[in-house]
Write a protein that binds this ligand. Sequence first.
Ligand code: GLA
Length: 395
Amino acid sequence: MTSQPLPPASPLPGQVVRMFRDRFHTEPAFLVRAPGRVNLIGEHTDYNGGFVLPMAIERAVWIALRPRADELVTVWSLDFHEEQSFSAVAPRHDPSAGWVEYQKGVAWALGAEGVPLRGWEGVVGGDIPIGGGLSSSAALELAAARAFAAVANLDWDPIRMARLARQAENHWVGVSCGIMDQLISAAGRRDHALLIDCRTLAISPVPLPAGAAVVILDTATRRSLESSAYNERRARCEAAARHFGLDSLRDLTREMLEARGAELEPVTRRRARHVVTENARTLEAAEALRAGDATRLGRLMDASHASLRGDFEVSSPELDQMVALARARPECLGARMTGAGFGGCAIALIDAARSREFSAAVDAAYRRASGREPTIDLTRAAPGADLVPLIPPSP
Ligand code: GLA
C-alpha cells in the first residue's frame, strides 16, 4: 500500500475572507476554522461514560472576523445569505433564528462560566452537510468558541471549550448529545484519531495506519425522528445502568450482563449489550491502530456496524445498503455507519492506493441500487479548531 492522496484544499477560507472584505471594507483580524468529524468506532458510548475513537475531517466551518469595541456579534452566513446579530453578554433565545442560535448558545455558556466576552463581526461559511451526521453543529459551536477566544485574547483550552460548547448544545439548542462531537472538533489532530475516555475526558491520539484511508459515504438520506429515538436510546441505557446499581453502563461487564441480563427486558438487554461490546471493540481498535494493524481495525468496524444494526437498532436500510456495497469491494477493510445513525453517513477503511477505484465503484453501485445520489469523499484526519494565518489580499 502507498501513502494516501491528499484531498483538494478547501476554497472556503478564501471565500469567507473575500466576503468579509466586501461587507466590512477592511481586512479581517482573524480566520478561524473548526472541523466536522467521523467516528471510527465507539458509537452511542459517549453518554454512557464510555470510549470513542473519532477523527476530525477536512470539511469544516470557517469564520473571518474582527473584534468590535462593544458587545455586539454580527455574522453574515455564506450558506444562508443573511446577517444575524446578538449581544454576546445578554443573548436572547429565538428558535426562529436558526444557525445563529448555536453561536448565541456558545456566548451564553462562556458567559455563564465567567469567560470574558467581547463582540465581533464576521462572515461564516462551511462545507459540512447539515443533518448528515458529520457534526456540522459542533463545528459551528467550536468555530464560535474559537472566535470568542481570539477576540478576547484567551488561551485556547480545547477540553474546556468542548465542555462549554456541549453545554450550549444541551441547554441552549436543546439537543441532549454526549461530548464526542464537540471534543473532537476542539481537539482533533492531523493524521490521528483520538481515543477519548468520555468519563474522565482523557484523550490519547492514535496514528492512522500508513496506507489506509478513510472514505466518507454519504447516503443522501437525512435523519428523521432522530432526536426522539436518540433520547429513547439514552433513557434505555440509563435504565439498564440503574438496574445494575451503576452510575453508567461504562461499569457494566460482560460477566455481569451474562449473569443477570435475563432480568432485563429483551430490548434493554440488547441496548446494554451493544454498549458493553462497543466499549471493548473501541479499546481494541485503539490497540490495533497503535500496532498499525488496519485489517484488525476493519474487522472491528464491521462488528460495530452489526451491533448498531442488530442490538442498538440505529442503522437504516440505506446505511446498511451502503455498508454492504462498500464491504463487497476488494479495497475495503471494514465499513460502518458513523454518528447517531438513522440516516446520514457511513465510513469505510480502505487501501489508500486504490481509493479512486473504490469511490467510483461504490458511487455507481449505490446509485443503481438506491436511485439516490451519494457523495463519496476521501478524507484525512484534520487538526481541531484553530486560528489559521490570514491570506494577504491579492494585488
Ligand atoms: C451524536 C451525538 C454524540 C454521540 C453520537 C453517537 O453524534 O452528538 O454525542 O452520542 O451521536 O455515538
